[in-house]
Structures are given as structure tokens and as C-alpha cells.
Unconditional design. Structure first.
Length: 301
């Protein structure tokens, strides 16, 4: 197959590993920067051009669309779908998972365990919003934040009110969530491919930081997950409509709760922690499922 990896940086570990795995299996691979693509949107002959040439020979695409370019990146994925190219994660599913509030609402509708979450526009009832999620300590999250940026732990009611007022003053969209104390700064990242959890790792934040992101100095190790955690991860990916997803869970006193479903999960930390060839598993899934005009929107919303 001729495979396109939609990524802005060929040197990134995840992009490089996917390209390596595909080449090892005999495929032709191009890393294409979605921001350098431009499109002719017509009913009968839609086209995609890249660096002065029309892309005509792509059989399948692996979108690695960064959060900062979701709007344009998913437009490019949609155009590939119009051309009949098989995309391992579809444009609607990527957009759905990127909207943190929408994704939590979709998961809640299907009965997935979540931290108690509040969202409001008015500044008039901040205290009621704080009480709604169980009071301080609580977590305030920017909806547009990634890799732990824009996530604040407010340990007292006064701190919570100050952070909420500051975010509102910046006209930022944010959520307020209960703080899962029993997780002790750890979460579990499950990689789901084709409706199966193929790897899982436990991430722990660096000393003094409740955020477990590896980009912020956290550490990772392989972990055995429970059947309930496995089921929660698989169901969450399915609800988002993602064939490949990173599902982040916390172990709470009332079972696993989902923090986020990521459409472009990083591979470096989990391959290092588990020793598994996740890139190879993703390419193998593409081999079994790629076919022209196979794209169809999964899930609802």
C-alpha cells in the first residue's frame, strides 16, 4: 500500500516509528504535513495538492493531527475521505474526541465512569459550581489544553474561586472537576487498536506534581489492568468512533473513570514501558481493514 502519515514533523518518535513499521512490512510511506496541503473541493473531482503536485496514489492515511491544527487538519482528513482513501481514524471521530466537553457528554450519555465535572458561563454562581463537584480540592482544566498545560489543582475554596475567576477573566473555556485523591497522581494510559486494548501503562507524576504527563517529567511502567478497566477503555474508544485511541483512566474508589480519549496517542512512552511494537500493531490493523471508500462515521454526535 501507499500510506500517508499526516504529521507536521517526520522526526517525532511516533511518526518515525509508524513510518518504520510500515516500511518493514513492505509499504511505501510518505510523511505529509497537513498544513502544506491545499484542496479543490468539488462534487465530482475533489483533489488534494501538496507542494505543487496532486496527490493521486494514496491508499491509506494515518492522521497524526496535533491539537493546535485540529480545524485545518481534520479538513484535510475529510478531503482524503472524499477521495476514497482509508483513514485509520476518521475526521468526525478526531473532531469529536478533541472537544473535551463534548466527548465527556457523549461518554456520560453511554454510562462511562467520569469524574464529577462542572461547566458554566456565568460568574454569578462560582461557589455553587465548586460545591457541585464536591468542593475543594478540585481541578480546573482549559478545554483547549494538551499535555497537562492549563490544568490547575486548587486545594482550597479560596484558591478554586481565584483560579476560576482568572480563567473567566481571560475569556477561556474551562471545566471544573472533582479531584480523585485516591489516584495519588497516577493514571493509566490504554492503547486501543481495532476494539482491543493492545498495551497499558501506569503513569506517575514527578514529585510534587499531580499531573502524570510524561512530557512534564512523569514516569511510566507496564501495568496489568482489570477487566472493568479494559472494558471501559474499549467502550470509550468505540463511543468516540476511533479505531486507534489512547484512553486515560484514573483508579477511583468507585471504579475506573475516564479523563480523556486521545485520537493521536504518543507511542514512545508506552513502547518503552511495555516493550510492545505498537506501531507495528497499528500498521497490521490497517493492512486488514484498508479498502477504498470504506470510510463511514461511527458513533453518534
Amino acid at each position: 500500500m501507499n500510506i500517508a502519515i499526516l504529521s507536521r514533523k517526520p522526526e517525532l518518535y511516533s511518526t518515525a516509528r509508524l513510518a518504520e513499521a510500515a516500511k518493514e512490512r513492505g509499504h511505501s510511506v510518505r510523511v505529509i504535513n497537513p498544513l502544506r496541503c491545499y484542496m479543490n473541493i468539488t462534487s465530482h473531482q475533489p483533489t488534494i495538492h501538496y507542494k505543487g503536485e496532486e496527490l493521486t496514489d494514496i491508499d491509506a492515511a494515518i492522521p497524526r493531527i496535533g491539537a493546535s491544527i485540529t480545524f485545518y487538519g481534520t479538513a484535510v482528513v475529510r478531503q482524503f475521505e472524499m477521495l476514497g482513501v482509508y483513514c485509520i481514524n476518521e475526521s468526525v471521530a478526531i473532531t469529536r474526541s478533541r472537544d473535551k466537553l463534548r466527548s465527556l457528554q457523549l461518554l456520560a450519555r453511554k454510562g462511562i465512569g467520569l469524574p464529577v465535572t462542572g461547566f458554566a458561563n456565568s460568574t454569578m454562581y462560582t461557589q455553587d459550581l465548586i460545591d457541585m463537584v464536591g468542593g475543594a480540592p478540585l481541578v480546573v482544566k482549559l478545554l483547549e489544553g494538551t499535555q497537562g498545560v492549563g490544568v490547575v489543582l486548587a486545594e482550597t475554596p479560596q484558591a478554586a474561586e481565584s483560579v476560576i475567576d482568572a480563567f473567566r477573566g481571560l475569556k477561556a473555556n474551562f471545566m471544573v472537576q472533582e479531584y480523585i485523591k485516591e489516584a495519588k497522581g497516577c493514571d493509566i494510559r490504554c492503547i486501543v487498536v481495532g476494539g482491543k486494548v493492545v498495551a497499558a501503562m501506569k503513569r506517575k507524576g514527578k514529585e510534587g506534581d499531580f499531573r502524570s504527563n510524561l512530557h512534564r517529567g512523569g514516569t511510566a511502567s507496564a501495568v496489568r489492568i482489570t477487566p472493568e478497566e479494559r472494558s471501559t477503555a474499549v467502550r470509550s474508544a468505540k463511543i468516540m468512533g476511533l479505531n486507534v485511541a489512547g484512553v486515560d483512566l484514573l483508579r477511583s474508589n468507585h471504579g475506573p473513570v475516564v479523563m480523556e480519549v486521545n485520537s493521536s496517542p504518543g507511542l514512545e512512552g508506552i513502547e518503552d514501558a511495555t516493550g510492545k511494537d505498537i506501531a507495528g500493531i497499528i500498521v497490521e490493523y490497517m493492512e486488514k481493514n484498508a479498502a477504498p471508500n470504506k470510510t463511514k462515521t461511527k458513533g453518534k454526535g
